[in-house]
Design a protein around this ligand. Sequence first.
Ligand code: GSH
Length: 470
Amino acid sequence: DLETFDDEFVQKLVYDALVWSSLHGLVVGDKTYQKSGNVPGVGLMHAPIALLPTAFPEICWKQACDVTPIFNELIDRVSLDGKFLQDSLSRTKKADVFTSRLLDIHSKMLERNKKEDIRLGLHRFDYMLDEETNSLLQIEMNTISCSFPGLSRLVSQLHQSLLRSYGDQIGIDSERVPRNTSTIQFADAIAKAWLEYNNPRAVVMVIVQPEERNMYDQHLLSSILREKHNIVAIRKTLAEVETEGSVQEDGTLIVGGQAVAVVYFRSGYTPNDHPTESEWNARLLIEESSAVKCPSIAYHLTGSKKIQQELAKPGVLERFLDNKEDIAKMRKCFAGLWSLDDPEIVKQAIEKPGLFVMKPQREGGGNNIYGDDVRENLLRLQKEGEDGNAAYILMQRIFPKVSNMFLVREGVYHKNQVISELGVYGAYLRNKDNVIVNEQSGYLMRTKIASSDEGGVAAGFGVLDSIYLN
Ligand code: GSH
């Protein structure tokens, strides 16, 4: 109970948290770093954090960990079904230019019968805990550019460290914060993919945005690749890949004179990352090559909202997986998901917009529609005719528990009413029939002010957090 904390005590905790963050690299680029020409070590700031971890029921935590390998496998299976992806997204294609461009590349690869033998997925599955039913409900599956596999591990360590010093006063044992090895597990999975590719001179290429504030999160992975695995990671924007890149006759991707074994996308998930044709050319070039893509276009498309909604329909999971128990476990955490072609649901959502979220086919936060805007947009779409429907899905609105927490940003703390979203990382690697990695790979709690509808940390809405089990 935060009421019992006096100001002086909280100040002390905040001070220690800020020192710890600075010493351990729990940092992001600040507003000025671009002026330095993106020089590392210049213009940085501690990451936005929750001062203390958030309580989470152990049962739900285990449930989320337990289903992760099943979801990893599901994504792999769905990605292999080119027809399912194309058919399910055929109407989204008309309503959403970005999805349409991805689908174009995907159909080109299908026409050429292009095979991806080595398949690397670094996913994050996001959940909220519905307060009324106390059930774990999945918000989304992220298959591209999952943020914070680097920083999330540090947040868990920060909270463990604060609880080791002050746990008695706070009343939480540091042991109750689960171990979080997200950084090492993701880096190890990339290293294993690199090994499978089997070219000792090849590098890992991280695809980055030209103006990236979350670069230290990415560097944390690259530094493990270098120090533990002796693998070089280079950083390129999509525009640079188009000018410096080519594909050799044997399929090898060459960028700036170096062969690339693994392409790890930390850009390319939003239309903003493709301002010109250059970026699309780069995306096509990468897809045509033999490099391991994390993600491939098929994995990327499998993570789209429309596919999530299709998978939630009765009988669809059964097309991809055999094990009935696994299917039941997945279904248990599906929230209500509907297409806008369902007139009964649209009617309900117009009557009670507060019970629904309208989600466009977009990643990266800040795009969802809530409250009265749901009604307005549905009425607008009804007037405009059916084509626009395909750009959105409807999801049951989840009402998580609201609690009090100190959020620390730019060195200052505020006590806020907050809600939280748990992300569980999953890593998957397969070479032909050989599944090399399929595991739960750490976690990320994100906490945001209860009254704000958006939650993206990268987009500036939330803070990084961890959990303690109760
Ligand atoms: N480019 C940034 C990065 O590589 O870290 C941001 C990428 C991004 O926004 N990723 C989304 C995400 O995980 C998934 S596509 N967002 C979580 C958040 O910002 O809270």
